[in-house]
Write a protein that binds this ligand. Structure first.
Ligand SMILES: Cc1cc2nc3c(=O)[nH]c(=O)nc-3n(C[C@H](O)[C@H](O)[C@H](O)COP(=O)(O)O)c2cc1C
Length: 202
């Protein structure tokens, strides 16, 4: 079967592509509005895009004619915190996607404990296994839907106890939550370990 994306609506393309590009990591993002309200929302159009300085990218869709609170806060204040959630945090992460007015904080509503960051104004989630303090580096609009691609420099990383061992992440301990299409999530299954490239398997 062949699908020609030029014949599909934006919604149909979204549904198709979010099923194709799986599993996706999830950026659970805190920002602060110019009025000082802490905003929390998940974004699975998210990945690591450059190593030095380390940069991560998030693509944020529009909310009607306007911007989602996260995009507006990042463009206004240039700072954000990206958290990686454990699979056990699926319920609060999913609920934090609720559409609330900018003056209401999802983090406060959900009763999630927060800690101050070292370098940026938004606070970080106390119970996230990883929190990355980020500063906006680049931003651009993409396509007819005017998705806002945000690229941020990761300035500081916070790791919960036991996650970083001898400079390496213990992925089993991290137990990251992954996004599939629609309301579907996944946790890690089997981890396949191969020999380094260039050394044929014995
Ligand atoms: C797991 C998950 C991943 C999501 N990923 C994205 C995404 O990559 N881009 C996006 O625009 N919205 C995404 N959403 C929807 C936003 O989280 C949602 O629109 C949220 O209300 C935005 O909040 P804000 O207006 O406070 O920024 C996702 C929702 C969930 C539950």
């Amino acid at each position: 079967m062949i699908v020609d994306t030029r014949e599909l609506s934006a919604d149909a393309c979204y549904k198709l592509m979010t099923g194709v590009v799986v599993p996706r990591p999830i950026a659970w993002v805190t920002t602060v509005s110019s009025a000082g309200v802490v905003n929390l929302a998940p974004f699975s159009h998210f990945t690591f895009v450059a190593p030095k300085p380390p940069m991560v990218a998030i693509s944020i869709g529009r909310k009607g004619e306007g911007m989602k609170d996260t995009a507006r806060n990042i463009l206004d204040n240039e700072e954000f915190v990206v958290h990686i959630a454990r699979s056990s945090q699926v319920a609060p992460l999913h609920t934090s996607a609720m559409d609330l007015p900018p003056e209401t904080s999802e983090a406060e509503l959900l009763g999630l404990a927060m800690l101050p960051c070292n370098e940026v104004k938004p606070p970080r989630l106390a119970d996230a296994p990883i929190a990355m303090e980020c500063r906006l580096r680049h931003s651009m609009e993409l396509g007819d839907t005017r998705n806002r691609l945000i690229i941020g420099e990761v300035i500081l990383l916070h790791f919960a106890e036991g996650i970083l061992q001898d400079g390496k992440i213990d992925t089993r301990k991290l137990d990251p939550l992954c996004r599939l299409a629609g309301p579907h999530y996944a946790s890690l299954g089997e981890i396949l370990t191969l020999p380094p490239i260039g050394q044929p398997a014995k």
